[in-house]
Structure formats: structure tokens, C-alpha cells
Design a protein around this ligand. Structure first.
Ligand code: SF4
Length: 325
């Protein structure tokens, strides 16, 4: 079998905040194959965006460190790459779109200039006709006008489409989409997600889709990884995870999704707050909020182990192991 396009092995990322060490990502392993879509889901602060930043090597130099782990893209160790080969991969073979398209675009360059600059940096040269066809491809109305416009002269939805054009300009093999629709209204969300689906099929891109909203990824990903307190707690095929979640946290996230055909009423919430990552509770990090907590949970850390064709870290499925942190 071919090597995965992206392989993350036992990755950990720490930050230093107010003199404290924050363990933002802990021992995360993931694989993503060519053309596949993997959703990484969890509440704010669970480490999912830090994971994306680590893949792109965009973590802040002064405050972050990677105490362990490897990231391979097409078998190249991204963490060991020098600046120049890394620059060729970033924005070329790996692209990203962020939640806030305004801050992702350069305010003093027109959309057309930004697209052409990106293609030029990656060896494609400046080509106005190609740039206009890219703007058409992301279904921007009046591409000539958008080409000449500065980011502040177009709407939020148009800016996110311009970011998408920028992301696909060099035909990446991997697109990292970090909460790409959170800042948009529901209609625009659907349009951007449909557009992403179409581009993925046409360009045969893999997508790492990062979101707090399980509803968004339920129909649009092949596999899911659910993160809590910097760790993956459940990983498997999307259809399996959505239809029969194993981990109590995954089940709680799903219960809190609004259902179109169910009578309106109060949606269940997950009690409590995600933990402060500088002081994660001992044992299972989810135990203070877990509706199924039992004896070993507060003392023993569950390991992420295979169960029924997926992986889950919960004592309900595996015998407790000795606590190690
Ligand atoms: Fe809940 Fe215990 Fe499983 Fe953690 S290990 S999710 S506390 S049942």
C-alpha cells in the first residue's frame, strides 16, 4: 500500500504562557491519504488548530516547542526541512484557509496581485487569464472587478472565496481548512463547503478539515478524529463515529447537535468546561465532565487503542493502565 500523503506520529506541542507550560497537543498520531478528507473535531482550545499550525510549521518560534513527534508529508520529514524546501511545500503542495479571510489576505495588494504573486513564488509566473479563471472557478461574480479589488472592497463571502482561489492556485495535494466557515452565515457556509467538495473532487486534493462543529463534517469527511484536551480520544470512519460513537465525549458532542426533524427543546450541553491545558486533570482528562465516569477514570489514563475497527481512549473498552503523568 502507498505511503500516506500526511503522517503525523506521536506529535506533542507545548506553549509557554505566563510562565506556565501548556500542553496543547499530546502524543497525536494521524494519517491522511491522497484525495481523502479527514475531519479533526473538538471544542475550542482542544489543540486542533495548534495541530494544523504544527503541520504548516507556523507555530510561534518564541513561545512554542515540539518536545516529540514527527510529521511526514510525502515521506519528507517536515520538522527537519530547511526554510527553502519548506517554503516550496507551504503554499505549493500544502495550502491553508483560515477562519478569518480578512486577516489571511494582504490589505495593501489587490486580489489579482496576491494570486499572481503566489503563483510566481511557486514557479508558475504571472498569468492574468489564469488568475481570472481561478476567480471564476471559486464562483466569484464579476472576476474582472474582484481581480482589481482590495480585500476591504469585497464582502466576507467573496473574501473567503478569494482565499480559496489563493489556496488552490498552485494545485496543492493537501488543503488544511481551519474553521473555514465559522465567520460566515449559514447560507454562505453551505456554498463554501459545497465549493470545497467540488474542488476536492476536481483537483483530487486531500483535506484536513478542522472544526468545532460535528454537523459540518458528518457528510463531508471520510474519517474523523475527535480531540479533547490536546489528545485524540476517538478516531475512525466518519459513518461509524457518527452512527455509533464510542467515546462519551464524542457521544456528548453529537447529542448537542441540533436535529432538523426533532421537536424543538433545550439541546443537551456538555457540563463544565474544557480543562486548562496547563493543568489537565489526572486520569482521564474528560472524567470531571463524563456522564459514564467510574472507578478507574480519575486515576488511570486511558490509552488510544483499537476497538471495533476504530480507535478509542476510554476505560469502558480497555482495561486501565497505570497513570503516567
Ligand atoms: Fe468517561 Fe472514564 Fe471513559 Fe474517561 S475513561 S471517557 S471518564 S468512562
Amino acid at each position: 500500500m502507498a505511503d500516506p500523503l500526511l503522517k503525523i506520529e506521536n506529535l506533542s506541542v507545548d506553549y509557554r504562557r505566563h510562565g506556565k507550560r501548556v500542553h496543547a497537543v499530546r502524543d497525536v498520531s494521524l494519517e491522511l491519504n491522497e484525495g481523502e478528507t479527514l475531519g479533526v473535531v473538538g471544542e475550542s482550545g482542544c489543540g486542533k488548530s495548534t495541530l494544523a499550525m504544527a503541520v504548516l510549521r507556523l507555530l510561534p518560534d518564541r513561545d512554542s516547542r515540539i518536545p516529540g513527534g514527527k510529521i511526514f508529508f510525502r515521506s519528507q520529514d517536515l520538522l527537519a526541512l530547511d526554510a527553502e524546501p519548506l517554503r516550496r511545500i507551504r503554499g505549493g503542495q500544502i495550502a491553508v484557509i483560515f477562519q478569518d479571510p480578512f486577516s489571511a489576505l494582504n490589505p495593501v495588494l489587490t486580489v489579482g496581485d496576491q494570486l499572481e504573486e503566489s503563483m510566481e513564488v511557486h514557479g508558475g509566473g504571472r498569468d492574468r487569464a489564469k488568475t481570472l479563471s481561478l476567480l471564476e472557478r471559486v464562483r466569484l461574480p464579476d472576476p474582472e472587478r474582484i481581480y482589481r479589488a482590495y480585500p476591504h472592497q469585497i464582502s466576507g463571502g467573496q473574501r473567503q472565496r478569494a482565499c480559496l482561489a489563493l489556496a488552490i492556485a498552485n494545485r496543492p495535494a493537501l488543503l488544511i481548512a481551519d474553521e473555514p466557515t465559522t465567520a460566515l452565515d449559514v447560507t454562505l457556509q453551505k456554498e463554501i463547503l459545497d465549493l470545497l467538495d467540488g474542488l476536492r473532487r476536481d483537483l483530487k486534493m486531500a483535506i484536513l478539515f478542522i472544526t468545532h462543529n460535528m454537523g459540518l463534517v458528518s457528510q463531508r469527511t471520510d474519517r474523523l478524529a475527535v480531540m479533547y484536551a490536546g489528545e485524540i480520544v476517538e478516531r475512525g470512519k466518519t459513518a461509524d463515529v457518527m452512527s455509533a460513537p464510542l467515546h462519551p465525549y464524542t457521544a456528548a458532542l453529537l447529542r448537542s447537535l441540533p436535529r432538523l426533524h426533532k421537536s424543538a427543546g433545550k439541546l443537551p450541553i456538555i457540563p463544565g468546561q474544557p480543562p486548562d491545558l496547563s493543568a489537565v486533570p489526572g486520569g482521564c482528562p474528560f472524567h470531571p465532565r463524563c456522564p459514564r465516569v467510574f472507578d478507574p477514570c480519575a486515576e488511570h489514563i486511558p490509552a488510544l487503542l483499537p476497538h471495533e475497527g476504530r480507535s478509542v481512549s476510554c476505560h469502558l473498552y480497555h482495561s486501565p493502565v497505570a497513570a503516567g503523568r
